[in-house]
Structure formats: C-alpha cells, structure tokens
Write a protein that binds this ligand. Structure first.
Ligand SMILES: Cc1ncc(COP(=O)(O)O)c(C=O)c1O
Length: 378
C-alpha cells in the first residue's frame, strides 16, 4: 500500500471531548455544533457524529445540501441550515425534518409554499440581523415577517422553533457592538413572543461568545471552530487555555533529500538562497493541497524533531525545507500543523504565516488530501 502524499489525520475522540468541555463550560444551555463546510474541513458526517457523541444536541450547516447529507447518513438529531438560494432544496429539507432559518418575507414564502404543496409543516428559526450586516432580517422588517409567519403558522405551513442571530465582533469582548447586538436580539425575542410565538430555542453565541461571553448564551450556544480545538482568534487566546485539543493534523513526508552548495536558489523565483552547504528536503504538499502560497518562506513545519520554516515558494504540489544539521531520512514524516502539546506547529501559527485566519487554513485542505479518521467514539 502506498502512503498518501498528504494526510489530514482527524482525531474524532478529541472532537467529542472538545464538545463535552464546551458543554461543561456553558452548563444548562443546549449545544448546536456547527459542522458546515464539511465539518470545517474535518469531514461533515464524521464531525457531526463525533459532536453528538460528545453531547451536542443539535447540528448546524450553512448549506441545505450539507444538512441533507447529515440526515442521509442516519443522524436523527435536530439539524438547522441557514443559507440557501431562492430555489433551493426546501421540499427535501422539510421532508427530512431539517430546520430552516428564515431571513425575509420572500424566503418564508418559498419555504411555506414548499411545505403547503407537500401538506407538511416546515420548522423555522427566525434569523435576525442584530448588527452583523449580513444574513438575517433587519429589526425594522421583523413585524411584517411576524405577521406573515402568523398567517402561515395558522395555516399549518410552518412552526416557529427558534430565533437566532450572529455577532460581528465576538472575538473582541469589549467591542461596543456586542451590547448593541444583545439588545437588538432581546428586542427581536420580545417582538416575536408578543406576536404569540413560543420560542423553544434562542441562539446567538458562536465560539468566541461561547468561550468568553456567558451573558450571550440564552438557552442554546452555536460554536463552530472551537469544537475542532481551534481558537476563534482575536482577543480570545489559545485553544489550550480552554482545554480544547486540535482535532486535525496535516502530515506529509520527505519525498527527496539532496545536498546543495551554499548560494543555491530554492524553488520558483529563488525566494530563498542557502547560506551554507546544506541538505534540502522536498515535501509533496502544495497549494493544491491547501498549503497557502502566502506561507512562502514563512510556514512552520515539524521535521526531524525541530520546527523549520518553508524555504522558498510554496508550489502547486510541493515545497522545500532546508534540513541542514537535522538527522532525517527519505520517507520521514513531517507535520505542517497539529497539536502544539506534541511539539507540532498550531493552525493558528499557519494562519499568522499566511496572513489569514485559522478557519481558512482548515477549510481549504484540498480534495486530494487523504482524511484519516482516528479514535472515533462509536
Ligand atoms: C450563523 C453562524 N453561526 C455560528 C457560526 C460558528 O462560528 P464559529 O466557528 O466562530 O464558532 C457561524 C460560522 O461562521 C455562523 O455563520
């Protein structure tokens, strides 16, 4: 059997533990694990199952197709999806008891019409824009939506399960938009309840809020990145400080070792020159695998027991390390990122090296990278 050129090793036991750590942190509110974008690159269904094993009562995706894939895998837990196009798979979702977020009178009409034509009732969460300025209905437009919801609820086309919103600045706990968004959220809750709707769940807290803003929990939290053992960044601090363990490690191996003289230019456009006679290692992982090209001369890699920085350009399929002075052999494993507790570079370090956020590093792992699932808690 050949070894894949790059492996993403996914520790599902760590994912389940992270969920249970977060659950202990929040206490009685329920936890909705966000597994959109293929479980943030960790595997959609595997992440969903591990989150449930860790105690998550709900799952969430952005896209309807992902919610349907979770359901098709046999997951029975409630699932919410919040991002769709005008003619999306509403009927399929209603048929599979997938909750849908409503962000406008127009989206309510599409969803309610689909439910009516099937003689079914769609499960709805009202998605309010409390200040993020993205998806969700503006507070000023909520009364009109509530009137339409009332008509559709009485007709049996929809039932309102919950209300939700999303923060703009949860990773900056002192930012004054947080109080403003909480205030707007409470206004939306009051308006909805005054219109006669009983809200089973009210949810506002992403990872940063789940870790740092307990007054935003209401009765359900909705973390994503933290369940994968990664800090949302900003002022939140290290994942390790919250007893969260990175779930994914990205591993490759040395595909070629060669001696080169001082003054050798390495990789395209010679962005790195060896300053002494040295040995270089070729690593078969490139931007097609999700290694950001922006990490040229910056990305940290554990090799031969030390962290070395990528030498020269990251190419489509490969990059080079200067391994001078290290005791390494052809085929030795190298680790791009993983658990700092094992001496591996963190995803957060890679994000810094590539001038981006951790979310982008993990969700951009390419399709040809082999996912290897370990420690499944089932
Ligand atoms: C609506 C919504 N809720 C929750 C999350 C989870 O956010 P995080 O991964 O920062 O916890 C996201 C992710 O972007 C989101 O869009």
């Amino acid at each position: 059997m050949t070894t894949p050129h790059v492996r993403a090793v996914i520790d599902l036991g760590a994912l389940a533990r992270n969920v249970s750590v977060l659950k202990s942190r929040v206490g009685s509110p329920a936890l909705m694990a966000v597994v959109k974008a293929g479980g943030y690159g960790h595997g959609l269904v595997e992440s969903g199952r591990a989150a449930i094993a860790g105690g998550a009562q709900w799952l969430a995706t952005a896209l309807l197709q992902e919610a349907l894939s979770l359901r098709a895998s046999g997951i029975q837990a409630p699932i919410l999806a919040w991002l769709y196009t005008a003619d999306d798979q509403f009927a399929e979702c209603i048929d599979k008891n997938i909750d849908l977020a409503v962000n406008s009178v127009a989206s309510l009409s599409s969803i309610a019409d689909a439910a009516e034509s099937m003689n079914r009732t769609a499960r709805i969460h009202i998605k309010v824009d409390t200040g993020l300025g993205r998806n969700g209905i503006m507070l000023a437009d909520l009364p009109e939506l509530l009137r339409e919801l009332n008509i559709r609820a009485v007709a049996g086309h929809v039932t309102v399960i919950g209300i939700m919103s999303h923060f703009a600045y949860a990773d900056q706990p002192s930012n004054n938009t947080i109080a403003m968004q909480i205030d707007n959220f409470m206004k939306a809750v009051d308006l909805t309840e005054a219109a006669g709707f009983e809200l089973e769940v009210k949810h506002l807290s992403n990872s940063a809020a789940t870790l740092g803003l307990p007054h935003t929990y209401f009765n359900l939290v909705r973390p994503g990145v933290a369940i994968y053992g990664i800090s949302p960044g900003g002022e939140v601090g290290d994942a390790h400080d919250y007893e969260l363990t990175p779930v994914m490690s990205l591993r490759s191996s040395i595909a070629l070792l060669k001696d080169v003289p001082a003054g050798t230019g390495l990789s395209y456009a010679h962005q790195y020159y060896t300053d002494v006679d040295t040995q270089v290692a070729l690593i078969p992982a490139g931007y097609a695998d999700g290694v950001p090209r922006a990490a040229t001369n910056k990305g940290p890699v554990l090799v031969g027991g030390e962290i070395r920085t990528i030498a020269g350009r990251v190419c489509m399929d490969q990059f080079v390390l200067d391994v001078g002075g290290l005791d390494v052999a052809l085929g030795d494993e190298v680790v791009l990122f993983g658990d700092p507790a094992r001496g591996e570079p963190s995803v957060e370090l890679w994000a810094e090296a590539a001038d981006t956020i951790s979310y982008e590093i993990i969700t951009r792992i390419g399709p040809r990278v082999a996912r290897e699932f370990i420690n499944a808690p089932w």
